[in-house]
Design a binder for this molecule. Structure first.
Ligand SMILES: CC(C)(COP(=O)(O)OP(=O)(O)OC[C@H]1O[C@@H](n2cnc3c(N)ncnc32)[C@H](O)[C@@H]1OP(=O)(O)O)[C@@H](O)C(=O)NCCC(=O)NCCS
Length: 197
């Protein structure tokens, strides 16, 4: 875990939804602009595991697979630009895992702190049940104070921490595993791992 304060955390501008921005379901036509948006966040080398953009072919394939699977995927658009995204993908191809989705999201620097992240995740979580997801999980770096606060506010709980999992640019970061369950445990459910070995 990085104990130092995070000087590069975005300053929080006065709240206010940016004019002309809307949240819409992701369409194949968004692929080039989404690639730009994700690439710009990846190149910050702080928030995402990827530090380079995916190729346009990879982006098209990702969108097509998600579209065929009917999983939630939304973008924030400002004219021709994609300025944020949120998707919940089906990660595990095994029987018994169908109710699990993995959330990924980002808002382009310069558009943060104005409500887009919250709006994107609300839309995606609102569509999760329709895709069969009762449990939505994610991974976030421990130093990513803004994202952790957002996820907690949306009902995600910490399930575990992978200590010092990333070492990049002199920064050592934990990977925090969080999940949100929309169906509460029932009496008789397995009580779960006791937490200590
Ligand atoms: C995390 C992220 C998606 C939040 O999006 P955003 O549009 O900036 O967030 P919003 O303006 O909608 O704020 C939603 C909540 O996030 C949290 N938050 C946002 N900015 C914050 C900041 N600078 N410090 C602390 N909390 C912050 C707050 O809980 C906020 O709720 P509040 O306004 O009621 O306090 C955005 O900062 C981002 O894209 N960061 C880089 C990429 C990334 O981290 N992706 C997630 C990887 S797991």
């Amino acid at each position: 875990m990085d104990p130092s304060p995070s000087p590069s955390l975005p300053a929080r501008p006065a709240p206010g939804w940016p004019a002309g921005v809307s949240i819409v379901p992701t369409d194949p036509a968004h692929a080039p602009a989404l690639r730009e948006a994700l690439g710009s966040v990846a190149r910050e080398r702080r928030w995402l595991a990827a530090v380079e953009p995916f190729s346009e072919a990879e982006t098209h394939a990702f969108l097509a697979i998600n579209r065929a699977a009917g999983v939630p995927q939304f973008v924030a658009v400002a004219g021709p630009l994609v300025v944020g995204w949120c998707d919940i993908v089906r990660l595990y191809p095994y029987p018994g895992y169908e109710h699990n989705g993995r959330l990924g999201m980002g808002v382009v620097a310069g558009w943060r702190g104005r409500g887009l992240g919250r709006a994107l995740i609300d839309r995606a979580l609102g569509a999760a049940a329709g895709a069969g997801f009762e449990r939505v999980e994610l991974e976030v770096y421990g130093s990513n104070t803004a994202a952790v606060a957002l996820y907690r506010a949306c009902g995600f709980e910490v399930e575990g921490v992978k200590r010092a999992m990333r070492r990049l640019d002199g920064r050592v970061d934990d990977v925090v595993c969080m999940a949100r369950r929309s169906v509460p445990p029932e009496p008789g459910d397995d009580p779960g791992f006791p937490g200590t070995l």
